[in-house]
Ligand binder design. Structure first.
Ligand code: SAH
Ligand code: SF4
Ligand code: F3S
Length: 435
């Protein structure tokens, strides 16, 4: 019996899918990459923007013919989209061939749902309104051996940015115990993982819900970095309102911690930031960039931006554009504002035309592309740490901590870190030689 899982959305979902896979393998299913071969299909969904929801609905629709061919096929839909209000009813109405729907708070029950469905062949609709703690001891079947192991540190979000659906579909912030996190990282390192990525919607608020002042993100980073072994630590996402000097100093003083910080600004306009409920200003953001670069001059800083938030004027947008130009981010992820029902921004007046959003995102992406090109030229001559991925012909394809591909003119041991010197940048590709 075979299972096929399709994941939409962010790293949270990618990692949740590894837990779903663990439960299915416990039941004796084996994985397949071909949806047509599967006896169980699970879609782990996202609802961050309308575009992704529409795509998912299209993808579910396409499963109809598979169910027709194989009436024993089990189709289960879970994740953030099914957790959003009314979506379970909508999916069952539109797609009566779906068998099981559950939400984000009860993914640990997939095993029970499959067993129950196999016995009764009765549809299951189980979306919990409230989160109910943290579930440890779920077997995890990880996707990418060696390259990266995901480790949850906190679940949910308390920030209620006015555009965002995540707090509604992921519940309030809950931090895992430090001892559980450390034990998980240790076991990953012992089994050969070279990167671990600590995951939270806002890693900087790790421990706020635990009554012990020693339980905070800086201390967690320190403890994880003390684990022996040849591995590196990444983390995401950092909220600008909570990033502290203590965290930056910890990143600076530990070789094991990657110097990569994803720090979403969302907008460069103070009026829009206020309306987004982000709780920081453009000036504060600049001071964080200075704090990071003073401590770690070569830090890789990336960001998320939303264009076309309700009420965004041309001047507001130019504030964002000019901020990007000034900060010179290493990576920019830009999105057009999408109305999410139930959020504050959905009810705001002055919604922006799609054509204006398109023009703005286009301008931002052009700028960001230009900056990336300049930055790639600037690193020629510098020495960077890379991990060898794959030998090809007489070269080795490697990756920097931030995920940039670098071609090295030597055969290297795969899954091992090397220091290399960047020698040229041509046709958007970086080339290096071994140091
Ligand atoms: N917890 C993370 C973000 C998770 S969502 C943080 O606070 O940074 C990932 C990104 O999706 C956000 O940073 C934001 O840029 C974008 N996003 C969220 N809601 C959106 C919406 N309604 N429309 C467009 N983009 C949105
Ligand atoms: Fe959404 Fe804001 Fe929470 Fe990030 S911090 S998940 S953008 S509400
Ligand atoms: Fe992630 Fe999408 Fe949910 S971005 S938290 S999978 S809504």
């Amino acid at each position: 019996m075979k299972y096929f899982i399709k994941t939409f959305g962010c790293q949270m979902n990618v990692h949740d899918s590894e837990k779903l896979a663990g439960m299915l393998e416990n039941l004796g299913y084996v994985s397949t990459n071909t949806v047509n071969d599967a006896d169980v299909i699970v879609f782990n969904t996202c609802c961050i923007r309308d575009g992704v929801e529409q795509k998912i609905l299209g993808n579910i629709g396409a499963l109809k013919k598979l169910k027709k061919k194989n009436p024993n096929l089990i189709i289960a839909i879970c994740g953030c989209m099914t957790q959003a209000e009314g979506r379970d009813k909508l999916i069952f109405e539109k797609f009566p061939f779906v068998d099981i729907i559950f939400g984000t708070h009860n993914i640990h029950l997939l095993k029970d749902y499959i067993t129950k469905f196999n016995e009764s062949r009765k549809k299951i609709d189980d979306v919990w309104e409230k989160e109910n703690g943290i579930y440890e001891n779920i077997d995890i079947v990880r996707d990418n051996m060696f390259s990266n192991g995901w480790v949850n540190i906190n679940y949910g979000c308390n920030n209620f940015c006015s555009y965002c659906i995540v707090p509604y579909v992921r519940g309030r912030e809950r931090s895992r115990q430090m001892s559980d996190i450390i034990a998980e990282v240790k076991s990953l390192v012992d089994s050969g993982y070279r990167y671990v990525t600590l995951l939270g919607q806002n890693v900087n608020s790790y421990g706020n819900d635990i009554d012990d002042s020693d339980v905070n993100f800086a201390n967690l980073l320190k403890k994880v970095a003390e684990i022996p072994g040849d591995f590196k630590i990444k983390f995401m996402t950092s909220h600008p309102k909570d990033l502290s000097q203590q965290v930056v100093d910890t990143i600076k003083s530990n070789d094991k911690i990657c110097k990569c910080i994803h720090l979403p600004i969302q907008s460069g306009s103070n009026a829009i930031l206020k309306s987004m409920n982000r709780k920081y200003t453009r000036e504060h953001y600049f001071s964080l960039i200075k704090m990071i670069r003073d401590a770690i001059p070569d830090a890789y800083i990336s960001t998320d931006i939303i264009v076309g938030f309700p009420g965004e004027t041309e001047k507001d947008f130019m504030d964002t554009y000019n901020l990007v130009k000034e900060v010179r981010f290493d990576g920019v992820f830009a999105f057009m504002f999408s109305r999410r029902s139930g959020t504050v921004a959905d009810k705001m007046e002055n919604q922006i035309d799609e054509s204006v959003k398109k023009d703005r995102i286009h301008a931002l992406l052009q700028l960001s592309k230009q900056i990336t090109k300049e930055k790639n030229k600037e690193i020629v001559g510098k020495t960077v740490s890379v991990m060898a991925i794959k030998n090809e012909n007489n070269e080795c394809i490697t990756q920097t901590d931030s995920g940039k591909t670098v071609v090295v003119n030597a055969q290297l041991k795969e899954n091992v870190f090397y220091n290399v010197k960047i020698i040229k940048f041509i046709n958007n590709k970086l080339y290096a030689e071994l140091v």
